[in-house]
Structure formats: structure tokens, C-alpha cells
Design a protein around this ligand. Structure first.
Ligand SMILES: CC(C)(COP(=O)(O)OP(=O)(O)OC[C@H]1O[C@@H](n2cnc3c(N)ncnc32)[C@H](O)[C@@H]1OP(=O)(O)O)[C@@H](O)C(=O)NCCC(=O)NCCS
Length: 336
């Protein structure tokens, strides 16, 4: 590509510099879905077509393309959802989640990504959305560039959100701490989620509704990816009081993600139920045939969960082969 000296002709974004080649930004066309697929991560390629679904769809995808002539040189993909009660363009409180932004290598450092970020913010404001957010891991190759991009387009300073530990299940299953895990207190029973009873499910859902159990840490978070035979609950006093769920990681194809470890606050610390459930799941993962297809485990811990983080740093980290973090950043589109 020859980079001639002429002004950016972005339809929505602002010119980056007078010395960059011309490009313009418009919505994705149905005819170019195939051509732009390489401008997003494999995980998101299937959602490109959703940007053509009718406005009545609850989950909306916005895809914007930067083009030089007819050639796509950049793509930004974002998702937002409306609740039943939110009519389109109603000033919903939902936020726009940036799934990916990518430019072709020859067009990097030309202001294309900046223009795409500004274009999508303009669209968010038009849709009366309150904010934009993005989540990513420190493993992305363009981490430095992406964080520069966020700051240069007015996004908040990235915040560390989750500590991620990646291990081979064969290594973790032989860690000495597993055999030193405390034994189960009398009156409690570990069971596989395949055996969760209907009335227990109803009670747990009621706990979520009442705000006693955060949905994101409930046994039902990402349920469509759950491996129920390797997800365990703890019964005690007639209730399900703790769980460790495992899901098929949608990001790391050969890993199970240790998704939700939760112990009812009333019985925390005294019995060591958290480590006990994690140890049980690790043993079972190692022995299950799924470990041939998914021989790795990913354990994510919120930086805010100090106790769990201590457990991870002490017990898991020495047996991990990779550590990274997830970060988030936001951009306010409309002040309250
Ligand atoms: C991240 C990415 C989208 C940036 O695209 P780009 O078109 O080169 O970005 P821009 O030219 O608009 O530059 C935006 C800002 O980032 C800075 N920047 C870009 N690349 C950089 C790099 N490698 N190192 C440091 N800063 C960089 C630019 O200087 C500019 O900041 P400034 O205005 O303060 O100078 C691009 O590198 C990419 O496609 N990476 C692969 C996909 C990816 O990882 N996306 C992010 C996660 S979704």
C-alpha cells in the first residue's frame, strides 16, 4: 500500500493528521461480512451477521468499517442489549460493550482505530446509551497500542479486574496442597451439579433475586457452557451453601474455566469449604476424560476478593505456567 499524503476523509471520525491516507467509516455491509472477518477475533466472527438483525432483537451488534476505497482496513464491533421495557432509542441505561477493534497491519498508526472509536461513541450517543465499556486481557499482542488508544480517545485509565492463573491439570492435580485440604465437616455433602434438585434451583434463583447471591458468581452464570458433571455444590442444613462451577472456556479452546467459587458468607473461613471444593474439582477434572480435550484449567479471581486471591497466590500460582490479568475501561457518553 502506498501511503500518499492526503487528508483523512472519515465520514464520522476526525482527521488524525494531514499526512495519512484517506479512509472513511460506514456501517458494515452484508456483502462484506466475509471480507472483514479477519478484522476481528475468531470468537466474534459469528456475531458479525447479527448486526443485520432487525431493531427488535434484544441483543444488538454494531459493526463499523473503515475503508480505503472499497478495501476494509479496520473494523470495530460492539454489543448492547435492551431490556423488555426499553423501546429502541428510549434513553436506556444499558451500555455499549466494545468487543473488538482492529486495523490491518499496514494501516496501523494512521488514526484508523481512533476514528473507529469516535464513530462508535457518536453512534452510542445517537442511541442514547449512557456509557461504553471494554474488557480485555493483558495477553493481547497490541496491549500497549490498545491502552494508548483508550487514553487518546478519552476512556478511563484501565482498571485491573481479574487475576488469571493458567495451569496444566496434570501439574495442578499433583500439587501437595491438594492432599492437605481439610476434610469435609460433618453434616455437609458435596454433589455434582447434575444432581441439583428442582427445589434447590428455585431457592438459589430466589437468593439471586433477593440480592443475596451475585448472579455473576451463581452456579447459573454462563450456564450454557457449564460442565455439570465437573461442577460441584455443597449441601448443608437443607440448603446449597457453596459451589465451584466449571465451564468450557470460550477463549482458550483447550481449557476448562474454574468459573464460580462461592461460599455462603455465614459459613466462610471456619471450614475451608472454598479450597475443599476447588481441590475436589481439580481432582475430578484430572480424572475425567474431558482432560484429553481440555487438559488446562483457568482460575480467575477478582482483585477485590482478597481472601480468594491469597489462596490463589499461595496454592495455585506455584503450579501455573502462565499468569495474566483482565482489565476494563469505560467512557461516559451521557452524564446523569
Ligand atoms: C490496537 C489497534 C487497534 C490500534 O490501531 P491503530 O489504527 O494503529 O491506532 P491509531 O493509529 O488510531 O492510534 C491510536 C493511539 O495509539 C497509539 N498507538 C498505536 N499503536 C501503538 C503502539 N504500537 N505503541 C504505542 N502507541 C501506539 C497512537 O500513537 C495513538 O495515540 P496518540 O494519538 O496519542 O499518538 C491495532 O494495533 C490492532 O489492530 N491490534 C490488533 C487487534 C487488537 O489487539 N485490538 C485491541 C483489543 S480489542
Amino acid at each position: 500500500m502506498s501511503k500518499q499524503s492526503h487528508t483523512c476523509s472519515s465520514l464520522i471520525g476526525e482527521p488524525h493528521s494531514p499526512s495519512v491516507p484517506a479512509f472513511k467509516i460506514t456501517s458494515l455491509l452484508e456483502s462484506e461480512v466475509h471480507d472483514v472477518a479477519c478484522l476481528t477475533f475468531p470468537l466474534y466472527r459469528s456475531v458479525l451477521v447479527k448486526s443485520f438483525e432487525p431493531d427488535t432483537a434484544k441483543e444488538r451488534i454494531i459493526a463499523m468499517v473503515a475503508r480505503s476505497g472499497e478495501r476494509p482496513v479496520g473494523l470495530i464491533l460492539a454489543r448492547y442489549s435492551l431490556t423488555e421495557s426499553d423501546p429502541p432509542d428510549s434513553g436506556s441505561t444499558e451500555c455499549l460493550n466494545i468487543l473488538s477493534v482492529m486495523t490491518t497491519p499496514l494501516w496501523r498508526h494512521c488514526g484508523v482505530a481512533q476514528a473507529l472509536m469516535k464513530a462508535i461513541a457518536t453512534e452510542g450517543i445517537r442511541l442514547k446509551l449512557k456509557s461504553m465499556t471494554t474488557g480485555y486481557t493483558t495477553k493481547i499482542c497490541s496491549l500497549v497500542a490498545f491502552e494508548h488508544l483508550l487514553l487518546s480517545t478519552g476512556w478511563s485509565t484501565p482498571l485491573s479486574s481479574m487475576h488469571m492463573s493458567l495451569f496444566k491439570i496434570s501439574d495442578m492435580a499433583t500439587a501437595p496442597w491438594l492432599s492437605m485440604a481439610p476434610s469435609l465437616t460433618d453434616g455437609y455433602e458435596i454433589f455434582a451439579m447434575t444432581d441439583l434438585k428442582d427445589d434447590e434451583r428455585v431457592k438459589l434463583l430466589a437468593g439471586i433475586d433477593a440480592g443475596d447471591i451475585p448472579y455473576g458468581l451463581s452456579p447459573f452464570a454462563d450456564e450454557e457452557l457449564l460442565v455439570p458433571e465437573l461442577s460441584f455444590g455443597l449441601r448443608g442444613g437443607g440448603d446449597v451453601v457453596a459451589w465451584m462451577t466449571l465451564i468450557r472456556s470460550p477463549f482458550v479452546k483447550d481449557a476448562l474455566c474454574y468459573r464460580s467459587l462461592f461460599v455462603n458468607p455465614k459459613i466462610r473461613t471456619a471450614h475451608g469449604f472454598g479450597p475443599l471444593l476447588a481441590a475436589h474439582a481439580i481432582h475430578c477434572h484430572a480424572q475425567h476424560q474431558i482432560s484429553e480435550e481440555r487438559p488446562k484449567g483457568i482460575f480467575g479471581t477478582s482483585f477485590k476478593a482478597r481472601k480468594q486471591l491469597n489462596f490463589v497466590l499461595k496454592r495455585l500460582v506455584p503450579h501455573c505456567y502462565d499468569l495474566y490479568e483482565t482489565r476494563t475501561s469505560t467512557l461516559i457518553l451521557q452524564q446523569e
